[in-house]
Design a protein around this ligand. Structure first.
Ligand code: FMN
Length: 199
């Protein structure tokens, strides 16, 4: 029997919440179980940047083209009774997109203060993939040291830096490219962009 893949997607309060929403939409097109955690700060930034009020109803609207076997579990960011808080919860990877410097600091220093940093902490201790789309610019030394710590602990530091070799025309092109690069990290097949040199 094929075991269904499970992922954790967290959206923290940095600019670039569109990356988290794009990952949600694209992941929903696959037969996955997805555990979604949105921080309180991210809720207000999603509203500010995307004009979307975070509610179950509005999240459902974002995944209208979902795969028939896709299941979404929305977890409150302050509820440690959710499955991702435990190492006994089997999953295939966690993404924090975008990852604020505060959430990065919590993860890098083992401060499991909410469900996002707790789930990331557990993901690292269980040696599962952890992808952090860290977003801040410029970076101070604390940010850089925290990225180093998280990297050494096993995380993949993946700032959402746009590429231009693929000649993006729209914000959607830029966001989809980064979404696809995250899928590459998690070995999820996609058609979000053409591989360089392969047509
Ligand atoms: C509009 C807006 C944009 C922000 N952008 C960033 C950002 O890009 N990077 C960052 O580290 N913090 C950013 N912040 C600050 C974080 O939201 C703040 O540090 C918050 O405590 C993060 O909490 P969380 O990581 O639990 O979501 C932003 C705040 C606001 C209101």
């Amino acid at each position: 029997m094929e075991i269904k893949k499970r992922f954790i997607l967290s959206i923290s309060g940095a600019s670039g919440t569109i990356y988290g929403l794009s990952l949600l939409t694209e992941l929903s097109k696959h037969p996955f179980d997805l555990y979604l955690i949105i921080s309180k700060s991210a809720e207000s930034i999603i509203l500010h940047e995307n004009k979307i009020e975070v509610s179950t109803e509005n999240i459902e609207k974002l995944i209208k083209d979902k795969h028939k076997d896709f299941n979404l579990h929305i977890c409150e960011s302050d509820d440690f009774y959710n499955p991702p808080a435990s190492g006994s919860f089997r999953h295939d990877g966690m993404i924090v997109a975008p990852c604020s410097m505060k959430t990065l600091a919590e993860i890098a220093n083992g401060l499991a203060q909410n469900l996002i940093s707790r789930s990331a902490d557990v993901t690292l201790k269980e040696r599962k993939p952890l992808i952090l789309l860290t977003r801040e610019t410029p970076l101070n030394l604390v940010h850089i040291k925290n990225m180093e710590k998280a990297h050494l602990a096993g995380a993949t530091i993946m700032p959402p830096v746009p590429s231009f070799y693929n000649n993006p025309k729209t914000i959607d092109d830029i966001v989809k490219h980064t979404t696809g690069r995250v899928f590459d990290q998690l070995e999820i097949e996609h058609c979000l962009f053409d591989e360089w040199g392969i047509s």
